[in-house]
Design a protein around this ligand. Sequence first.
Ligand SMILES: Nc1ncnc2c1ncn2[C@@H]1O[C@H](COP(=O)(O)OP(=O)(O)OP(=O)(O)O)[C@@H](O)[C@H]1O
Ligand SMILES: [Mg+2]
Length: 461
Amino acid sequence: MPNTALFECQSCGSKYPKWKGQCEACHEWNTLVETKPIKENKLKYNYNQESTAQALAEVVQEPVFYYKTNITELDRVLGEGLVKGSIVLLGGEPGIGKSTLSLQACQECAKQSMKVLYISAEESEAQIKSRAMRLDNGKIAETLWVFSQTNMMAIIKECERLDPDIVLLDSIQVVQHPELSSLEGTVSQVRHCATTLINWVKAHNKSAIVIGHITKDGQIAGPKVLEHLVDAILYLEGDRHFQNRILRCHKNRYGSTDHIGLFEMKENGLIPIKDPSQAFIETSQDASPGSVIVPYTQGNRVILLEIQALVIESGYGMAKRNFVGINPNRANLLIAALDKLCYLKLSAHDIFLTVIGGFSITDPSADLAIAVALISSLKQQSVIDRVGICGEVGLTGEIRPVSHIDKRLIELKKCGFSGGIIPKKNALSPKNLDQFRYHQVSYIKDVLHYIFMKDYEKQHA
Ligand SMILES: Nc1ncnc2c1ncn2[C@@H]1O[C@H](COP(=O)(O)OP(=O)(O)OP(=O)(O)O)[C@@H](O)[C@H]1O
Ligand SMILES: [Mg+2]
């Protein structure tokens, strides 16, 4: 390939010989950036010429070795800890706490006498030191090394010299490979720098955590192939107006992606939340119209979440919709189903829905709670008693069963709730549920009848 300029799409990585306003592959505008192709001989990867294929039956199984970070919530999300020989990609919005969490993990690992190299392409050594002093009351582990560098080859050289067990790179979008002329953060730079680090880590059986910036759509910036190259992808999420941070696992080659980690941002760093069920509830004992509690599960963990709805008559022709922490497609679908099934005229109302505490709902088991919150706000009537509500709502109004129903009810009981509204189709083994009232429902209309009894009967008599 001649060594002439190429134009590369920063969204999907497609290459063009000429500049264009719009990428033909992903249809994004203004994403083409001039870049020089890498010379053929530099693209060749090292490989061991003596290696041959093995019969799977004869492959010797090696036990997975975990580096415990001793940050319980982080270890839980990773499986049991950071796997030796693996690369973890940590993404999140600016200022959410990626550097803080990774520095904490590095400190904890170094305290266990592991050699840790913290490479920052964004901050100076002095900045990292002042953060480390703040996080651990001035105590700094002896085997924690810091290196402020943006040149990828200098980073690899330092890794070779120091031979650390764990390498942290903050962040992949800011380092630059000297073999490429393109700017840091471009698709080719990110891909080439990541491959260089991954090759070193895998060849030496070390572990690495790589921090990645995210795009405005919430995806890790750079080529999609980066997500395939790494062993695990974690996202640190949260609403910047709240202290709560949620660590989610998007991919894990060594364990389940079901687990979440819950942290609170404090002066001394990200501290695991002790009582998650209280962290996401704002309304006190007296329920207000529009507020509903849902026992929500993530993996095998139950968290009580508060959903708040505000439904008001629309002053303009086009009704406003605003959803925080709820998938807009799912919310719009529920609103349309409620409108049709319960004659509510929601299309003429502005609707605002929020999950308290910066949590994002990804599971349809909160459908029923969202529906009840909407009707509660519309009718200005709070939910009778303090009950937790869960169930998936179908388009015809049927309430579908949800997973881990026993655990959900036990958590409600433990947190002092008087009862629960759950799907009829859920089979229950009511041990540990003495004196806890739960009501089972089959259709959305049954729920309205049960909760907003008087109003509903008056209207539909
Ligand atoms: N002295 C402090 N006390 C309490 N919280 C602090 C203090 N200093 C920083 N923070 C918190 O730490 C956050 C910054 O964390 P951090 O630098 O780890 O984020 P980041 O995700 O690495 O950001 P970036 O993408 O900009 O690198 C701030 O938004 C703030 O909430
Ligand atoms: Mg940072």
